[in-house]
Design a protein around this ligand. Structure first.
Ligand code: SAM
Ligand code: CA
Length: 220
């Protein structure tokens, strides 16, 4: 027994998956197709998708935001968990990646819940704020280009209601954030955001060591 978070070796990780992941068939198929994609590692892990779906249900979220769609796995996990009249605004710049996403959203019967906005996400978020959507979202998931992470966080925090949740992906960045010899710009930006959130009195905070690290920030 230990009070420290366990490190998972392959055996324990497989066990965790085997007794916890309940992946719907359509998500399994999307994961399988994405696995053959050259950028496959960008996709979230199935246990993370399941956690996000659970959070959506716990919060009874109706309106969600995603920044960084890729082939649509996390968006599909969220959309499946939203109620029938729920809405997910999904931001990406790639028509190519999101064409795959749209195919699966349609097959899963959730296409009507997802409003895909193609273009630089900062512009999409500014547009949402400009049309009066501040504090109208229950949930936001940030998983696009790391260079804009801080700006995505600030915009998402304005867009979620008090009590709403902002999730930030890849905050452990394969461990590089903790290695002071790593000084590339993406690592430095994630490190700076982690430090900023630690001091940020606008939120309640938890950093989960799931997948590549997932921060939960609840707007106060
Ligand atoms: N959440 C996705 C999943 O579970 O599969 C993975 C998202 S992937 C890590 C990051 C995505 O951000 C890519 O699809 C990329 O096209 C998109 N992206 C990169 N820069 C962007 C920008 N400036 N605005 C919007 N999307 C951007
Ligand atoms: Ca990610």
């Amino acid at each position: 027994m230990t009070t420290r978070t366990l490190s998972l070796d392959d055996q324990l990780y497989q066990y965790l998956r085997s007794v916890s992941v309940r992946e719907p068939e359509i998500l399994r198929q999307l994961r399988q197709e994405t696995a053959a994609h050259p950028r496959a590692i960008m996709q979230i892990a199935p246990e993370q998708g399941q956690l996000m779906a659970l959070l959506i249900k716990l919060m009874q979220a109706r309106k969600a935001l995603e920044i960084g769609v890729f082939t649509g796995y996390s968006a599909l996990a969220v959309a499946l968990a939203l109620p029938a009249d729920g809405q997910l605004v999904a931001c990406d710049i790639s028509p190519e990646y999101t064409a795959i996403a749209q195919r699966y959203w349609a097959a899963a019967g959730v296409a009507a819940k997802i409003d895909l906005r193609l273009g630089p996400a900062l512009e999409t978020l500014a547009g949402l704020l400009a049309v009066g959507q501040a504090e109208t979202f229950d949930f936001a998931f940030i998983d696009a280009d790391k260079s804009n992470y801080d700006r995505y966080y600030e915009s998402a925090l304005q867009l979620v209601r008090p009590g709403g949740l902002v999730l930030i992906d890849n905050v452990l960045w394969s461990g590089r954030v903790a290695d002071s010899t790593v000084q590339d710009s993406r690592t430095r930006r994630i490190r700076a955001l982690n430090q900023k959130l630690h001091q940020d009195s606008r939120i309640d905070l938890s950093l989960l060591p799931i997948a590549d690290g997932l921060t939960l920030a609840r707007k106060r």
